[in-house]
Design a protein around this ligand. Structure first.
Ligand code: GLV
Length: 328
């Protein structure tokens, strides 16, 4: 009998998901959840055909060259900028991600950040915790209304659309969006969202949320010049990826109140956070948790596992990034 294939789960995940993998494979786990260096990852992948990764592990040409036996890498994330997909395709390695299962949860969080940012939630909590609240005042932490305002969405994939629906249907917002490609008229009508140029989006939004994938093209899509186009009363929320916003330029703009406030779940070079962002008061900061409900994180891990199982046992995948590898 052939030995069972071996795989690596690069970070700590749910025991029931590991159990489902163990029905098919020898599974090496990282129960202590140590963040592996590229060298450690390559070393742990020797003799293995599959890996479950998170956004913290890179699957690039160097890793692929060091791990010629690898056949599939399943990212426990919808974003996959940690994968060099062309290099994976060239090496015949299937990549998969976790779309759909996190859409609504992530959109909820997008709204949580919009509301926390507009209504100065963490700033006022810090004030209270610091014992500075000694009297009520009419203008104390007066923020911006969310209901009835103009919501701008940059990037209009599944999550952008779920945010649009919440804004238009739940909060009576005027929803405008910009995306590489315009949605069908029927979808726009259903969402009650209007397509505008990026410049119009920047100028008109009261609350601007970023939900676009990170790539060379979207690097610093929001920098000093773009922030300068925004209303001084506007808020900016990034739940997409670090690097889409120029964090240094944003921190400077927040300090000078060139926009009112920002809410950030993702950062350039995270888990490091630009030191200037830690000292400006008008920013809500969270540690990349937009999809973090137990149910959704479990569903993401299980989908990644199911992709590996389907590919290595049946030559199929549920959510492939480079399906040409399957057909090859
Ligand atoms: C999280 O950031 C994801 O891409 O799923």
């Amino acid at each position: 009998m052939n030995p069972r294939p071996s795989i690596l789960v690069a970070r700590a995940i749910f025991p029931e998901v590991i159990a489902s993998l163990r029905e098919h494979f020898e599974v090496d786990t990282n129960d202590d959840d140590v963040a592996l260096t590229p060298e450690q990852l390559a070393q742990r992948l020797q003799g293995k055909v599959g890996v479950l990764t998170t956004g913290s592990e890179r699957v690039d040409a160097a890793l692929l060259a060091a791990c010629p036996g690898l056949r599939v890498a399943a990212n426990i994330a919808v974003g996959f900028n940690n994968f060099d997909v062309p290099a994976m395709t060239a090496a015949g390695v299937l990549g998969t991600n976790t779309p759909d299962v996190l859409t609504e949860t992530t959109a909820d969080f997008g709204f949580a950040l919009i509301m926390a940012t507009a209504r100065r939630l963490t700033e006022s909590e810090h004030f209270l915790r610091a014992g500075k609240w000694n009297k009520w005042a009419l203008d104390m932490f007066a923020g911006a209304d969310v209901h009835g305002s103009t919501l701008g969405i940059l990037g209009m994939g599944r999550i952008g659309q779920a945010i649009a629906r919440r804004g238009a249907h739940g909060f009576g917002m005027k929803v405008i969006y910009h995306n590489r490609s315009r949605l069908d008229a029927a979808i726009e009508a259903d969402l009650r969202a209007s397509y505008v140029s990026k410049d119009q989006l920047l100028q008109q939004a009261d609350h601007l949320i970023l939900v676009l994938p990170y790539s060379a093209e979207s690097h610093h899509a929001i920098g000093a010049a773009e922030i300068a186009r925004m209303k001084p009363t506007a808020t900016l929320v990034n739940i997409a990826r670090g690097g889409i916003v120029d964090d240094a330029a944003l921190a400077a703009a927040l300090r000078e109140r060139r926009i009112a406030a920002a809410g950030l779940d993702v950062f350039e070079g995270e888990p490091k956070v630009h030191p200037d962002l830690l000292t400006v008061p008008n920013v809500v900061l969270t540690p990349h948790i937009a999809s973090a409900t137990l149910a959704t994180r479990r569903a993401m891990a299980q989908l990644a596992a199911d992709n590996v199982i389907a590919y290595l046992t049946q030559g199929q995948a549920l959510t492939p990034l480079n399906p040409e590898v399957i057909r090859a």
